[in-house]
Design a protein around this ligand. Structure first.
Ligand code: 13P
Length: 250
């Protein structure tokens, strides 16, 4: 299926002053990785992160971007700014941004297009809440999120997008989706992509699982056919744990 990618999402953790040493630790701990290794950091940590990762196998990502090129958007950061720093990846539409920062399927779509136009790899997050799962509408909701995220994105660009399936009820709760639950939704996402584009594009898209993935539960999840990696929150803040997850992805 898609290329294996293990990406850490630091969220609002770690200081700029501790970033360089920590990324160096990740580089050391993940030497010989058979998958792509990414650290997505807060904006203010990106410069030291890029510096530490320079010339290594580790790539650096941001946790958000603005969809406009420049202008009067106080407090925002553009794709060009990220590219100028040497950033390669960007997380788009994380459920925390959808919940607290008015991120919508429409802004997610605009941000994906901007990231692709600037050659940043977008990691696009989708996922259902516990209420939505219990109401039996998980697949409907994910289908809508995927269709809206990929709206007007041509087939030649679609496989450059990474999709992260992150059930909201599993994020930061210690409550992981079972291997089968995660595989079921990731497989459904691939079917939606096959219907939107074709089987070959769908097969090339990297689909990650995220939500309390850790050193203990990663092997079962990553062994599933339609799970091509992970988006890791808490466990990405400790280099040995993150490295164990990276080692399981091959
Ligand atoms: P946790 O791994 O801390 O549950 O976070 C998952 C996540 O939201 C990654 O984007």
């Amino acid at each position: 299926m898609g290329k294996y990618i293990i990406a850490g999402n630091w969220k609002m953790n770690k200081l700029p002053s501790e970033t360089y040493d920590f990324v160096k630790e990740v580089v050391e701990a993940t030497k010989g990785a058979e998958c792509e290794v990414v650290c997505c950091t807060p904006y203010v940590c990106l410069a030291p992160a890029v510096e530490a990762a320079k010339g290594t196998h580790v790539k650096i990502g941001a946790e958000n971007l603005h969809f406009e090129d420049s202008g009067a958007y106080t407090g925002e950061v553009s794709a060009d700014m990220l590219v100028d720093l040497g950033v390669d990846y960007v997380i788009i539409g994380h459920s925390e941004r959808r919940a607290y920062n008015n991120e919508t399927d429409e802004t997610v779509n605009k941000k994906i297009k901007k990231a692709l136009a600037k050659c940043l790899v977008p990691i696009v997050c989708v996922g259902e809440s516990l209420e939505e799962r219990e109401a039996g509408i998980t697949m409907d909701l994910i289908t809508i999120q995927i269709k809206k995220a990929f709206a007007e994105i041509p087939a030649e660009d679609a496989a450059k997008v990474v999709v992260a399936y992150e059930p909201i009820w599993a994020i930061g709760t210690g409550k992981t989706a079972t291997d089968d639950q995660a595989e079921e939704v990731c497989g459904a996402i691939r079917k939606v992509l096959a219907a939107l584009y074709n089987e070959s594009v769908a097969a090339d898209v990297t689909i990650q699982y995220g939500g309390s993935m850790n050193a203990k539960n990663c092997a079962g999840l990553l062994a599933k056919e339609n799970i091509d990696g992970g988006l890791i929150g808490g466990a990405s803040l400790k280099a040995p744990d993150f490295a164990t997850i990276v080692a399981a992805a091959k």
